[in-house]
Design a protein around this ligand. Sequence first.
Ligand SMILES: *[C@@H]1O[C@H](CO)[C@@H](O)[C@H](O)[C@H]1NC(C)=O
Ligand SMILES: *[C@@H]1O[C@H](CO)[C@@H](O)[C@H](O)[C@H]1NC(C)=O
Ligand SMILES: *[C@@H]1O[C@H](CO)[C@@H](O)[C@H](O)[C@H]1NC(C)=O
Length: 344
Amino acid sequence: MPKLAVFSQTFFLVLNIATLLQICTAKSYNVVDFGARANGKTDSSPALLKAWVAACSSASESTVLIPQGVVNSVSLYGPCKKKMQFQLLGNIVAPSYESLSNHQSWISFNNVDGLSFIGGGTINAKGSSYWSCKKQQRGCPYGARSFSLQGCNNVLVNGLKSFDSEGVHISINGCNNITMQNLILTAPDDSPNTDGIHIGNSNFVSVLQSKIGTGDDCISIGPGTRNMWMDHIVCGPGHGISIGSIGGAPREEGVENIEVQNSVFTNTDNGVRIKTWERPSNATVMNVKFTNLVMKNVTNPIIIDQQYCPQSNCPKGLWGENQQRQNQQRKWNVKKSASSSIGL
Ligand SMILES: *[C@@H]1O[C@H](CO)[C@@H](O)[C@H](O)[C@H]1NC(C)=O
Ligand SMILES: *[C@@H]1O[C@H](CO)[C@@H](O)[C@H](O)[C@H]1NC(C)=O
Ligand SMILES: *[C@@H]1O[C@H](CO)[C@@H](O)[C@H](O)[C@H]1NC(C)=O
């Protein structure tokens, strides 16, 4: 055997033993042991909550294992004693529309520092009843976001699949250092407000190697987002990747250092978009970089809309000649390169 092969085999053996040791020392909390049932009927959210509380208060690094089942809205709170791992192995589905849609979110993590959400499993909110309510404008409930991180730091979400959310698939708010990769987020292109990922008030968020096709933005970036990096995103159908809307309030956090690269947009109405309201606001959008983007059958590959007004009912001239210009400062430093034509 050549020396190199021997070396690399030994290396992998050492690596495997190291991984095994890590798994053995981490404590496992399987929701089945806390009463979860995969019979398609039992609501396993109380079991999940119990497993989380036990793991979160454990003095060693812990893994919560979820095989599959029906889970109603559940809010999981930190801070935890040690880093947490969450392994979603199979499919979890939402209960009926009536019991989910009054909640703001389906599965949420709050104030957790140090979390890996792995396992490659699927969450399916079965949002179609909720969408039909919305389409008929029947005075519908709020509609749950499927997966949300609120006030969390140092989180890895790897391999999560989310189907047919009622509202936003993944919502990130008030978080720091979040990496999301190998995601698949899917909803029909006519489902209302089913954004793939919505981010606000967060710093250092990366979305990598992910496939997102929904009825709204693949990724939308709201006020207070800084240092966000998106790479190898396959987006479509949907409304593309949007910064905004920004400047809806007189006092608002800005958006800065946003980069989208090596991504493909197919059958979307926009590619990359920046949308700001025509209103007095101190909000700014700064240092946005779009590189190596491929647009296939995209209506507006790059669009910067400084008079965003979705209902077309905004009073005109709110910036008024006498308004102090620094209050409406919009700075653009956009590097453009796209394979097709650019519309500004
Ligand atoms: C960011 O979070 C990851 C976990 O996803 C962690 O490994 C890494 O150390 C964190 N980085 C910083 C600078 O804290
Ligand atoms: C706008 O003002 C608010 C409150 O004064 C502040 O918190 C926010 O950071 C400001 N936005 C920008 C972009 O400076
Ligand atoms: C182009 O995209 C639109 C949606 O924006 C879609 O309806 C149409 O079928 C697409 N055309 C092709 C040739 O894929």
